[in-house]
Ligand binder design. Structure first.
Ligand code: SF4
Length: 291
């Protein structure tokens, strides 16, 4: 299907869904809305491209309800994380999705690059029942941000500033050696500390995964590099953490796994190792297509 046909379909009330994911640890669902307005060079999400099946909000809600009740039985969903790709591409769809989820989910989180999330959009989402926003702030330097994503970060910074005090806020940065490293992360931490005098924003540093990146732009950071960035952030912010995908938490040795639910309702258990293998296969296929 062409880009134009996909956009028309999205505007007509559909989003393309490759899968949703149920947690094995607690009643929580990740809802992946594919397609993105950014072209991050270091992206490692399968959902950057428009992939999966077109689904209306009603179809998606029924997939979530049916699979959650099959897997968790009578236990209600505690949390839903709406992610992508980029979930904000169709405002009407996202607001409707949040308000439908609010009827049966305790806590609703939006994971976004933040570019489109202006005051009016955020207000509608909060009224619909959104409880938390996770902004991905790639880098501080505007020119570097344009090179990395294809867009300026001015609107994202303004949208984070606007969201402060209105909703629970988490900001994520992926540590990419030579690109998003100490200098960039320190500037971001200063910016967040300046708008957050109460220490309410959580700032999370995640680890770059070179083997999954769309373009070969850097290498994997060492644990020491991440720890060093963390120590810089801690000078400015009370609530900085190293992301779950990072080395510190992996030392705990918990074998992580998820249940993937496909648009046709099929459930499949997958571990972190399965995801890695699937991602590698996807990248090999994509590289072969480019050649
Ligand atoms: S915003 Fe997220 S999904 Fe979109 S290209 Fe960037 S990293 Fe990938």
């Amino acid at each position: 299907m062409t880009e134009t046909k996909i956009k028309t379909r999205i505007n007509r009330g559909y989003r393309y869904i490759p899968f949703i994911t149920l947690s094995e640890l607690k009643p929580r669902v990740w809802i992946t809305l594919s397609g993105c307005n950014f072209k991050c060079k270091g992206c490692f999400s399968i959902a950057r491209d428009t992939v999966g099946e077109p689904m209306t909000v009603e179809q998606l809600i029924s997939l979530i309800k049916n699979s959650a009740s099959e897997y968790y039985e009578d236990t209600p969903l505690e949390e839903a994380v709406i992610t992508g790709g980029e979930p904000t591409l169709n405002k009407h769809y996202l607001v409707d999705l949040v308000s439908q989820l609010k009827k049966f989910v305790g806590w609703i989180v939006l994971d976004t690059n933040g570019h489109l999330l202006d005051d009016a959009y955020l207000k509608e989402l909060i009224e619909a029942g959104l409880a938390e926003v996770m902004f991905d702030l790639k880098v501080w330097d505007e020119k570097l941000h344009e090179w990395y994503t294809g867009h300026s970060n001015k609107r994202i910074l303004a949208n984070i500033r606007n969201a402060y005090g209105k909703i629970k806020l988490v900001v994520n940065t992926v540590y990419i050696p030579g690109i998003a490293d100490d200098r960039e992360i320190e500037q971001i931490a200063k910016f967040l500390a300046e708008i957050d005098d109460k220490g309410e924003i959580d700032y999370r540093i995640n680890r770059f995964r070179a083997e999954l990146s769309y373009e070969k732009i850097s290498r994997n950071p060492s644990p020491e590099e991440i720890e060093h960035a963390y120590s810089i952030v801690a000078k400015y912010m009370k609530n900085s953490v190293i992301g779950k995908s990072c080395v510190r938490e992996r030392k705990i040795g918990v074998k992580r796994g998820w249940i993937t639910v496909f648009p046709d309702g099929t459930l499949k258990g997958r571990t972190l190792d399965d995801y890695r293998e699937e991602n590698k296969r996807r990248i090999r296929k994509r590289n072969a297509a480019v050649i």
